[in-house]
Design a protein around this ligand. Structure first.
Ligand code: ATP
Length: 490
């Protein structure tokens, strides 16, 4: 494949959705700039979002639109409105997960002094895992009092996103990657994320590496954003800190983002459809325009991306601002279309105060980054089971007595917890208990392994005793290493 920055005359088909609210205004403006800059693209329009939801597609996208996305593999997406009401699923989450867009790349850059911000030196990129964590959407009501959302963190998910972050840092001349997790509490899930960060980080000795617990990391981000360069983090933390970071640069209307997978990539603004200003011609098109700049680099039109980005910087510097950027630095407050024309007029110019950007086309390796190779299976031994119960009749000691009064077969009761806190044996009466109990059973002679049939037998004897089982979790060791957390206080 040609990886030079020379002109490639072949037009690249891309899928475009104008979106809802301000979407048509800002996406059309962006396409106009792309065309004027000589982008070699062939847009294919699809309709997604509000009208499609209301026409009866609960996911907000019809089959023909999927066909286009899977054919072109490149998507420039205007912001979408998800109608209120429980029947409508988030289209963004659906597209990301269905098309395997595992990396959400969100640069947050300050444009001081031309855009007012408390943090003039901020220049960082958040690489957010985009497919798993609490966003797996696996939620259950288990008892009258307790609801559960499963946090899934996988080795392939961690390897893909962490490698992406390091490759991104290397190819974009960034010096440091910071991992933000909460592995002091979630030792297995966030612990895996950080472990993979260390493993893969060892392959990138040229990049400085550090870890922050997400709480103090977010506090540092809010007060000293200039100390960060690339941040890699699981889905939920990434969602929260990337919105905060974007807002800190001065306007939510300024940031673009890429959602990248091995097959398809989607580019958009980070902001929503802003219905409050839709149709007024005043929206700032910069977010989706910078998303389109990332798209042009992805499709190896770095030359066009560079022209557009530099013209855009020159426009900001000249004080030509949409209303959201208005400050004492504004020379002229303009409409969406006047801002668009101002960028087009400056194509070919370089900014004078800001450092001009310079882009290279990515190599194949930078585009196809994940290459996950499954390791050989470990030696997995079943050593016990956690049985979760819905129960209000007994206190912890009585519950233990009830459970031990049935034939437990080859298993014995080792521990009962409530919301993760050990309440038997030797619990404290002060511990508040809900109607949701986790009862840990292990081999009667402690360390040895058990069989699935032991669990089935245990469940049948408990059920005969009218114990309300709501779920079970197998307890296993993997190559001798414990694959389950201890109860708090155990
Ligand atoms: P969503 O839930 O879809 O993210 P939201 O209502 O929470 O939507 P936005 O649609 O991003 O958030 O709008 C937040 C605020 O920022 C609104 O006041 C909106 O007018 C403003 N805003 C968002 N995008 C732009 C833009 N491109 N130009 C100017 N103002 C914008």
């Amino acid at each position: 494949m040609n990886t030079s920055t020379q002109h490639n005359p072949v037009k690249v088909p891309i899928t475009v959705a104008l979106g809802d609210g301000i979407g048509p205004e800002i996406t059309t403006a962006t396409l106009k700039i792309l065309e004027a800059a000589g982008a070699r693209i062939e847009p294919e329009f699809i309709e997604i979002g509000e009208q499609v939801y209301l026409a009866g597609h609960s996911s907000g996208i019809a089959t023909e639109a999927w066909d286009s996305l899977r054919r072109t593999k490149v998507f420039l997406k205007g912001p979408i409105t998800t109608p209120s009401g429980s029947g409508y699923k988030s289209l963004n989450v659906t597209i990301r997960k269905t098309l395997g867009l595992y990396a959400n790349v969100r640069p947050s850059i300050s444009y001081a002094p031309f855009v007012k911000t408390l943090h003039p030196k901020m220049d960082l990129v958040i690489v957010r895992e985009n497919e798993e964590d609490l966003y797996a959407g696996i939620e259950h009501r288990q008892t009258d009092e307790v609801y559960q959302c499963l946090k899934l963190i996988t080795r392939p998910g961690c390897e893909k996103i962490v490698r992406y972050a390091f490759e991104y840092a290397r190819s974009h001349g960034r010096k440091k990657v910071t991992c933000m997790v909460k592995d002091n509490i979630m030792k297995m899930t966030d612990g895996l994320f950080y472990k993979v960060f260390q493993e893969i980080g060892a392959e990138y000795p040229d990049i400085e590496q550090e870890r922050f617990i997400i709480d103090i990391g977010s506090a540092k981000l809010a007060t000293q954003p200039e100390r960060f360069d690339v941040i890699v983090t699981p889905n939920l933390y990434g969602d929260v800190i990337s919105d905060i970071a974007a807002e800190m640069t001065g306007s939510v209307g300024l940031a673009g983002s890429a959602n990248v997978g091995d097959h398809v990539a989607m580019f958009e603004a980070i902001h929503g459809s802003a219905p409050d200003i839709a149709g007024q011609g005043i929206a700032n098109p910069s977010g989706i325009l910078l998303g389109a700049v990332m798209m042009l680099i992805h499709i190896r039109q770095a030359d066009v991306a560079e022209r557009i980005h530099n013209a855009w910087l020159a426009t900001l510097e000249d004080g030509i601002h949409t209303v959201d950027l208005q400050s004492e630095q504004t020379v002229k407050t303009v409409s969406t279309s006047a801002f668009t024309d101002a960028v087009i007029e400056r194509l070919g110019q370089l900014p004078k105060t800001f450092k001009p950007v310079s882009y290279q086309n990515p190599t194949d390796q930078e585009i196809t980054r994940s290459n996950y190779v499954r390791a050989k299976p470990s030696n997995k031994q079943l050593v016990g089971v956690d049985i979760f119960l819905h129960e209000t009749r007994f206190n912890p000691d009585q519950l233990a007595e009830q459970l031990q009064s049935v034939d437990l077969g080859n298993l014995s009761l080792k521990m009962i917890t409530n919301r993760g806190v050990k309440v038997w044996p030797e619990g404290f009466p002060e511990t508040f208990c809900t109607d949701h109990w986790r009862c840990r059973f292990m081999a009667a002679d402690s360390e040895s392994s058990i069989k699935q049939s032991d669990i089935v037998y245990l469940m049948s004897t408990l059920t005969e005793k009218k114990i309300d089982i709501i779920k079970t979790e197998n307890l296993c060791t993997f190559d001798g290493e414990r694959g389950f957390a201890l109860g708090q206080g155990q």
